[in-house]
Design a protein around this ligand. Structure first.
Ligand code: FES
Ligand code: FES
Length: 164
């Protein structure tokens, strides 16, 4: 095994990983950096429980060798709120009481943030097609409602900025 220093950023803080560069980002986040909000589900890229943002786009951390994110900016669920202010997607999740066991929800929220950046007012069909994260508790109906609510909250936030 060859090792090399791999610098990147997690939630705005610089970090360096100096072990096997093939280590999946998920293990680096959970085991080495203690960001345990990111979950292990299938380990094969299917369930989305391990979703994080890599340079602003949702990505499955279990399928991401740490070598491939050299210099990148990673955001996990721990880094989504701004201080005490929840991200609108987190706020919508609370309002709609989405989680059941909660295991999949960090990934669902991060995937939704990415979706709303690309499609600010998604239809039900677009939500179903774009959010491929699995929920074994079957919270999909509430997730869909929360995505619509989050879209509304984000639009309100934007119009507040514009009128300031
Ligand atoms: S744990 Fe990564 S997609 Fe399931
Ligand atoms: S809330 Fe239990 S897996 Fe989704």
């Amino acid at each position: 095994m060859t090792t090399s220093a791999i610098p990147f950023e997690v939630n705005g803080q610089p970090v360096t990983f100096e072990q096997d560069p093939e280590t999946p980002l998920l293990w680096v986040l959970r085991d080495h950096l203690q960001f345990t909000g990111t979950k292990f589900g299938c380990g094969a890229g299917h369930c989305g429980a391990c979703t994080v943002h890599v340079n602003g786009r949702a990505q499955r951390a279990c399928m991401t060798p740490v070598a491939s994110i050299k210099g990148a900016s990673i955001v996990t669920i721990e880094g989504l709120a701004e201080g005490e202010t929840l991200h609108p997607v987190q706020q919508a999740w609370l309002e709609q009481d989405v989680p059941q066991c909660g295991y999949c929800q960090a990934g669902q929220i991060l995937a939704t943030v990415d979706l709303l950046k690309r499609i600010p007012q998604p239809s039900d069909e677009q939500i179903d097609a774009q959010l491929t994260n699995l929920c074994r508790c079957g919270t999909y109906v509430r997730i869909r409602k929360a995505v619509h609510r989050a879209a509304q909250l984000m639009q309100e936030k934007e119009s507040r900025y514009e009128s300031d």
